[in-house]
Design a protein around this ligand. Structure first.
Ligand SMILES: [Zn+2]
Length: 216
């Protein structure tokens, strides 16, 4: 098993360092700016196993692994998924073994090739009952359902909706970036950063005085 795990870790590392992103050529053209929703709808889809070259079947069930092996495989897979911008992100604390089981169980999934916005590894098979997926009682869908259950019949004003988005985004950033999360602060969602013309952080494209910012 030891030899096998070593080879598997090497394969995952290779895949992490050799991501093929076939549709990248348009990425910095301003007129191609897309909203997150738009990118989500139009992003090319690739099967994660084919894209990464790592198959679910190569990943041993966690019962066959010792703690160190689970830890190493978990860390390598997280890093690989980040490299593919198809990140494995949880909103709550989940034991490592269960995280690994979740990645393994869901690994044969369709991933979106996203350029501008983050993509997220799907944690449940579609149609799975809450709490019955590989995450068991840590099921994230159940967590979200809970989080939103109080709001479903509520008509939110645009401001309230924005404030809620900010809250959710911050939770997510803290989980993903740890102490570094402020670097990714979603200014566009924070009403405190609005000026009289709305929010100057919207879209992230600001022309400077001479309008030649893209040449500098
Ligand atoms: Zn679930």
């Amino acid at each position: 098993m030891k030899k096998y795990i070593e080879q598997l870790l090497a394969d995952i590392k290779y895949s992490t360092e050799n991501v093929s992103l076939p549709f990248i050529e348009n990425r910095l053209e301003l007129h191609n700016w897309r909203s997150e929703e738009e990118e989500d709808k139009t992003a090319p889809v690739r099967n994660l196993e084919e894209w990464t070259g790592i198959c679910k079947q190569q990943l041993p069930p966690s019962e066959m692994l010792n703690d160190e092996q689970v830890q190493n495989l978990h860390d390598a897979l997280i890093k690989m998924l980040d490299a593919y911008n198809w990140s494995f992100v949880l909103q709550t604390e989940v034991p490592l073994r269960i995280q690994y089981a979740c990645i393994r169980d869901n690994f044969n999934q369709e991933a979106k090739v996203k350029q501008e916005y983050m993509g997220f590894f799907q944690l449940c098979h579609e149609g799975t009952e809450h709490g019955k997926c590989a995450l068991e009682k840590y099921c994230q869908c159940a967590f979200y359902a809970d989080l939103f259950s109080g709001f479903i019949n509520e008509d939110l004003t645009a401001e309230e909706e924005r404030a809620r988005e900010l809250e959710i985004e911050i939770t997510h950033l803290k989980r993903k970036h740890g102490d570094e999360w402020m670097k990714y602060y979603p200014y566009h969602l924070d009403a405190k950063y609005d000026d009289e013309n709305g929010n100057p952080y919207d879209y992230g494209f600001e022309e400077n005085d001479n309008g030649n910012w893209w040449r500098s």
